[in-house]
Design a protein around this ligand. Structure first.
Ligand code: SF4
Ligand code: SF4
Length: 363
């Protein structure tokens, strides 16, 4: 006999985040029938809608299916009661970031607008402290040289250490998530297969799940532009770190990696442009725009824009170059270091859920 423990506060939060009237769901199953990603056996999102209406947090958090959904919105479009299952699933994902975040306050800090000043103050104060320790917390004289403001050795070592610390904490959260998935959706009689790393990597790179939704292909292209733009930027950043170590920095504008960095920025601008336009004009698909959605889009836009301006300021010898550079570093922190605790954390959670689902044969 299974003991069911409803969590009414969790249900209220889901309702607030999604804007859905959860108790209105009549379990007709339309949503699961139209979902092109739902497996034949125990399909989603109908069962998740029932659990949401009952406030069954334990069943929803740690449920791999929540992360297999790509929020195409088909289920919401076809729901006869307008319960917005796509928004509900998205709200469960948002609650999952906070649930698995360690330390807990990191998850709460990035989930609520009231905590935004604190989330901004943390990188500002830490960067100021590092600059003070390095003895360079002042505007350098002469032509713009960012390394005179933030010496490479300090920048590389401190930012790498802080990123690794946050990602290690995220890894511990993912281990808990994995254990929860095993509990909620145990492997069948055949047990678990070897982790299908290459298969999952292929699915992610090809965006095959996005392609399954034939009616909204722009989502696939917008996501691909952002995904590959980001991947390219990370590659360029790694090269830039290497160039600082080998004293080949700064790079001239004609350097292939510099060109690649600017191409990546253009890809991100394009992907963001499509997403913001669709969010503002296509409410049927996106449903309720949440704080987490806008926080992520604005943070990525500011990161990319400040990166472009920092580059222009160096070549143009702008007087405000160092202020822009400081702002850019805060934006880097916000997007890259906070990644596991924001909506961008879906990179980790979706990948882990895909690995689990495919290794137990869930298609
Ligand atoms: S969410 Fe809508 S479509 Fe899905 S089962 Fe409930 S009423 Fe039916
Ligand atoms: S949003 Fe799309 S992928 Fe997600 S459950 Fe609904 S129909 Fe399926």
């Amino acid at each position: 006999m299974e003991i069911i423990t409803p969590d009414i506060e969790f249900k209220r939060k889901l309702g607030r985040l999604s804007g859905a009237r959860l108790s209105q769901c009549m379990q007709c199953g339309n949503c699961s029938a139209v979902c092109s990603l739902a497996p034949g056996e125990r399909p989603f999102p109908r069962k998740e809608m029932l659990w949401s209406a009952w406030g069954l947090k334990d069943k929803l958090i740690g449920n791999a299916d929540i992360w297999l959904c790509h929020q195409c919105g088909d289920c919401s479009t076809h729901c006869p009661r307008d319960v917005k299952p796509a928004d509900v699933i998205s709200a469960v994902r948002l609650q999952s970031y906070a649930h698995y975040a360690r330390p807990r306050f990191m998850g709460q800090m990035l989930a609520s607008p009231g905590w935004l000043p604190m989330a901004l103050a943390m990188p500002v104060l830490v960067i100021m402290a590092i600059l003070s320790l390095a003895g360079t917390f002042k505007i350098p004289e002469g032509p713009v040289d960012y390394s005179a403001f933030f010496p490479h050795i300090w920048l590389n070592s401190t930012f790498t250490a802080i990123t690794l610390l946050f990602y290690l904490l995220a890894f511990l959260g993912l281990v808990r998530f994995w254990k929860d998935m095993k509990k909620r959706t145990p492997p069948g009689e055949q047990g678990m297969k070897r982790l299908p790393l290459f298969k999952v990597l292929g699915e992610i790179l090809s965006h095959s799940s996005f392609a399954a939704c034939g009616s909204r292909q722009w989502r696939k292209w917008a996501h691909m532009l952002l995904f590959f733009g980001f991947a390219l930027l990370i590659l360029v950043t790694l090269y830039a770190i290497w160039a600082t170590i080998t004293h080949n920095y700064p790079l001239p504008l004609s350097n292939p990696f510099k060109v690649a960095g600017n191409v990546a920025s253009l890809m991100i601008y394009s992907g963001l442009g499509i997403m913001v336009f669709q969010r503002l004009t296509n409410k049927d698909v996106f449903g309720k725009n949440t704080y987490a959605d806008w926080l992520l889009l604005v943070a990525i836009a500011l990161l990319t824009l400040s990166g472009t301006l920092v580059q222009m300021a160096r070549f143009g010898d702008w007087s405000m170059a160092y202020h822009l550079y400081f702002f850019h570093l805060v934006a880097v922190w916000f997007v890259i270091m906070y990644l596991p605790f924001t909506k961008l954390g879906h990179i980790f959670y979706s990948t882990t859920a895909l690995l689990y689902a495919r290794s137990i044969g869930r298609k």
